[in-house]
Unconditional design. Sequence first.
Length: 102
Amino acid sequence: MIHYLRFFFEIGVDTPLWPEDMDSPYGYPVDLDRLPIGAATREELARLSAWYQSSIDWAYPPDPSPWSDEEREAFKQRARAALAALREELGEGWKVRDESLL
């Protein structure tokens, strides 16, 4: 059996992972503690989700992001690295589709 996940960041959500099936045993969105991954990957995914929340101007959300080009690029690089680590740790029985548009 192959498990399918979607990878993208969402405002107000503390995980970048979403199952294809809303009745997933991993939660919807995915509860990172339920996945068979190491603590370092779990913590990095949670850190990235928290960091993503700072990409919004909360005083007026339609305004452009307060992130500099450098911060945006740093986020993208860390997100790509975290996705690669996640895919490696989950292994053959998992497919993680990148929908992050990074």
